[in-house]
Ligand binder design. Sequence first.
Ligand code: SF4
Length: 185
Amino acid sequence: MAPENTRRWGMAIETKRCIDCKACMVACEIENQVPLGKHRNWVGHVGPTGTFPTLGLRFEPGNCMHCENPPCLRVCPTGATYQREDGLVLIDYDKCIGCRYCMQACPYDARYFDETRGVVDKCTMCAHRLDVGQPPACVETCVGGARHYGDLNDPNSEVSKLLATNEHTVIYEEAGTEPKIFYIS
Ligand code: SF4
């Protein structure tokens, strides 16, 4: 395992294993007390795929991509959005003034405004769980085993092995945000 200060947390999602049950969404909302009607993660529908009559639909779970080059961070006027040493993009709620520039800057629509607290919020990759050696709630709950997480800098992590042995893509590569959520289809 790589030393903690050189870790880069990331996810690999095997879309063929996703059955659109949305257990990941429910787990996230309970774990993180997400306000009713808001979501930190989602299951996108891509398709139809294939050709008639063998058409299909691909389910594409997602959440904040914890971009290596995050545009949300650059536009934040107060420094509320920051990047940890391990690459996670997080929010200091005491510094957030709710201006919502970050919501406009994110190409993935990964952020929401919490009206009750007057701050913007989003997926933290369950940093509070990672810090005590537990998986993110969405990973732990995924019924089909589609979601994998780990240290991208550690060649022996599950996520690194999956990416080394499978073709993979990222969403909106052209935006240059360098997302750390990878898709294996
Ligand atoms: Fe920021 Fe959006 Fe990238 Fe998350 S996905 S780091 S909110 S730009």
